[in-house]
Design a binder for this molecule. Structure first.
Ligand code: ATP
Ligand code: MG
Length: 332
């Protein structure tokens, strides 16, 4: 059985992009607790300017939303990254495996570093090393598959490179993982700026559908989505008509259709937007209902996280101990 691992950062409220690109794949892949690990990666949220109380609040909210989306603690291991020391223990060994050059080439580092620089806050060193900690998240569990959105593909590639390099130098230690992406909506775009990714940490939320947006808010955001100038025809062309293509991707992901085929059914943007809004509202309805129940019982979520961390620790410790030995450290 291939073990799968994936995570989400508590950097903002979860979005439709997070759900369609990643979380939905996690729910579909759930199996035995030891074979499916999902993590609220809170340490990664500290790589950019953050507010302590907000990170704490968003961590519990993320766990609650993941359970509301359908992750069941009996069928997967759901936990918080900072509760399991093995991640940071392993990250150091991987920092001794990665090079400065390969980390500086990461697209997300370049984008987020430019933003941090512009804000005058300075670039945290952890932003540069973040993909190494992410590699540790994955490799500590011997995960074979990492279900993520398209924007994380490069980091999973780096994880593979580090695992291969470590194994070659020090003997077989790590499973080589691969990214698995959904066939549609692997990169949901911002509704107001369809050339950039919908991201939960972005400041302007008018182009972002949050999982907890009320139906009226979802409708307003979708109806105001930027479409493309031109003849108003509905065709699926991500290069020439990114706004319309994004709406078709979202509709296809919600209804199970094919985006290009769906385009044939429309001769104007209005009807398309109405159908997208309806589909998203229906997709989110059960998740929001379940979230309201779970949010009223935070002890249930905390219990799942505590048990999850215990299981995760047991799985990670032998792998990380083996890596310590392989790299040349004297056993305590
Ligand atoms: P941030 O802006 O802080 O980076 P984010 O929205 O990108 O937040 P992450 O926690 O970085 O969220 O990513 C969680 C998962 O969601 C990852 O697997 C990522 O690939 C996926 N994901 C994020 N945004 C999108 C998107 N717009 N479309 C599809 N998948 C996405
Ligand atoms: Mg991200």
């Amino acid at each position: 059985m291939t073990r799968i691992f994936s995570g989400i950062k508590p950097t903002g409220h979860m979005t439709l992009g997070n759900y369609l690109g990643a979380v939905r794949q996690w729910v579909a892949a759930e199996q035995e607790p030891d074979d499916a690990l999902f993590c609220v990666v809170d340490l990664h949220a500290l790589t950019v300017e953050h507010e302590p109380a907000r990170v704490r609040r968003l961590s519990r909210q993320a766990a609650t939303l993941l359970m509301a989306a359908g992750l069941e603690p009996q069928r997967c291991t759901l936990f918080v990254q900072s509760h399991v020391d093995e991640h940071t223990r392993l990250a150091y060994l991987l920092e001794c495996t990665a090079t400065d050059g390969e980390l500086r080439r990461m697209i997300q580092y370049k984008e987020k570093a430019a933003k941090a620089q512009a804000s005058g806050e300075g670039v945290r060193l952890s932003l540069l090393t973040y993909p190494v900690l992410m590699a540790a998240d994955i490799l500590a569990y011997g995960a074979g598959e990492v279900p993520v959105g398209e924007d994380q593909r490069q980091h999973v590639e780096l994880t593979r490179d580090l695992a291969v390099r470590f194994n070659q130098r020090y003997g077989h230690t790590f499973t080589i993982p691969k990214a698995t992406l959904p066939s549609v909506a692997a990169r949901v775009m911002d509704l107001q700026d369809p050339t950039s990714k919908m991201g939960k940490s972005h400041a302007n939320g008018s182009g972002i559908v949050y999982l907890l947006d009320e139906p009226g808010v979802v409708r307003k955001k979708v109806m105001r989505a930027v479409t493309d100038s031109g003849d108003g025809a509905v065709v699926y062309d991500r290069e020439a008509r990114p706004g319309v293509a994004n709406l078709l991707d979202i509709l296809a992901a919600c209804t199970g259709g094919d985006p290009a085929a769906l385009a044939d059914g429309y001769d104007g943007y209005g009807a398309l937007k109405r159908d997208v809004a309806d589909a998203v509202v229906e997709l989110l309805r059960p998740l929001q209902e379940r979230h309201a129940e779970l949010a009223a019982d935070p002890a249930q979520v905390d219990k799942a996280l505590r048990e999850g961390a215990g299981r995760a620790r047991e799985l990670a410790r032998p792998v990380v101990d083996r890596a310590y030995e392989a790299i040349g450290l004297l056993a305590p």
